[in-house]
Design a protein around this ligand. Sequence first.
Ligand SMILES: Nc1ncnc2c1ncn2[C@@H]1O[C@H](COP(=O)(O)OP(=O)(O)OP(=O)(O)O)[C@@H](O)[C@H]1O
Ligand SMILES: [Mg+2]
Length: 308
Amino acid sequence: MTHTNDAVHPAERTEHCVVVGVDGSDSALHAVRWAAPEAQRRGAPLRLVHVVHLTPVRHPRQIPPPPEYEAALLEQGRHWLTEASQAARRAVPGLAVVTDLRAGVAADVLVTESRDAQLMVLGSRGLGGFTSLLVGSVAVALSAHAHCPVVVMHSAARDGAPPTDGDIVVGVDGSELSDAALTFAFEAAAARGVPLVALHTWLDVTMTGAWAVLPGTVDWDSVRRQEEKLLAERLVPWREKFPHVEVRPLVVRDRPDRALLEHAGGAQLIVVGSRGRGAFTGMGLGSVSHTLLHHAECPVAVARTDGT
Ligand SMILES: Nc1ncnc2c1ncn2[C@@H]1O[C@H](COP(=O)(O)OP(=O)(O)OP(=O)(O)O)[C@@H](O)[C@H]1O
Ligand SMILES: [Mg+2]
């Protein structure tokens, strides 16, 4: 069920595309408007995918759908894809856009898509009716399990333009995945010509009060200087590779999630690794990334090395 315009040959499929999951929601359209200029900057085709779940509902037992059921779902999917490609072309006239209507379970199909994509972009919410959730299950699943970086766009008004002002903020904890975040963030800052705030925090306890039981002999100034040195050393290879990016290293004595949220306030994008230094790897997404995904108001990029 692949539908293309003339600009993209179907054979290009997912490979190296910027892929957006489209489900007819305002949030997904917002993702399309962010992804269109991003695809243009990367010289990549934009691929819009809608996954339609054709399996009949089983509640409380298998109910055979009326014959028009499947046709109606497919027709609705085609409509949403047309609407999304129009939004993409309004954002970037002449952009190469391909649309694909797929059958299956949305998270599964999109995770498979992410194997060949260079970037996945999703809305934070979709059409799911459980309104108190901050981020929907498909966006969470992709952030945790995609094979490529994922950008999650928080909702905006239907015609609201994605943010283009403000710095890019990246969280640095010295792990392999925060190196992936640095690469993503430096590339993003270089492509946009905006400053990059590299934020490192060094209070890895959840309760500040926990320090009260420790002897009061810690020389916090020297710890801070040491952490500043570590951050500066960590940034060297990227500074050499991206000499034109203005880097603002920032070392903060705070919890990483709280400090990052605070600095994400005026940012146009915040970048984190899918996980940090935490040993509990079964979740797919570390706790800092999870908090940012749910609470940051700006777009959140979750970077990873494949398979992490
Ligand atoms: N069927 C789908 N096909 C393609 N992309 C989808 C689909 N469903 C969701 N997405 C993508 O994921 C984003 C988040 O939607 P998600 O489904 O996670 O939230 P929700 O509908 O609010 O919650 P839930 O589905 O868990 O009740 C959407 O903005 C869209 O980018
Ligand atoms: Mg949904």
